[in-house]
Ligand binder design. Structure first.
Ligand code: AMP
Length: 180
């Protein structure tokens, strides 16, 4: 099973992604995590990605597609995966030729996401989680990622979930949506 998780930062994608990964015994991967690892490299590409991430901008589509395709070609992802953070633009969605079963959209308001993230940042600060970067990511979500939701809605694979409900309820709603 190939599942995509979409939502603004703080929507609970990694929590739900880990849960689904355990439930269906398929690996979870997030492009944010892949890029954070790459940004640690002391190479030209590493420095470039670090700069883009710290500003809250998006890594260009071509680079993103290349990196994601390379990852998904690995044998561990052959049977399926839970993919978090990709696609984030319409062009990424259209170019992605991997066959998707379901796309789960965890919907939370900007206000709720910012509140959750400021709380989370209390004890675990991440270099790319400054308030300016978070606001930029939310702005880019509305501009570039919302069209991706429409794209999958029209294809009939989008499951929309109220991500502001308690974690367990969100779990249940997702499973219900997948079984439909
Ligand atoms: P995330 O942890 O998903 O919020 O991702 C952190 C950062 O990684 C983003 O702000 C982008 O700079 C980059 N990133 C992650 N996924 C993508 C993507 N699909 N397209 C472009 N940039 C991405």
């Amino acid at each position: 099973m190939k599942i995509i998780l979409i939502g603004i930062q703080g929507a609970g994608k990694s929590t739900q992604g880990s849960f689904l990964s355990e439930k269906f015994k398929i690996p979870y991967l997030s492009t944010g995590h892949i890029f954070r690892e790459l940004s640690k490299e002391k190479s030209k590409i590493g420095r470039y990605i670090k700069e883009v991430m710290n500003a809250g901008f998006l890594v260009p589509d071509k680079k993103t597609l290349k990196i994601v395709s390379e990852y998904l070609n690995r044998s561990e992802y052959k049977k399926g995966y839970i993919l978090d953070g990709f696609p984030r633009t319409l062009s990424q969605a259209k170019e992605f030729k991997n066959g998707i079963d379901k796309v789960i959209y965890l919907r939370v308001s900007d206000k709720e996401a910012l509140w959750r993230l400021s709380y989370r940042n209390g004890d675990d600060n991440r270099e790319d989680e400054t308030l300016a970067a978070l606001r930029k990511r939310i702005e880019l979500f509305h501009k570039f990622t919302e069209p991706v939701l429409d794209y999958y809605r029209k294809k009939g694979v989008l499951i929309e979930i109220d991500g502001e409900k308690p974690i367990e309820e969100v779990n249940k709603e997702i499973l219900k949506g997948i079984k439909k």
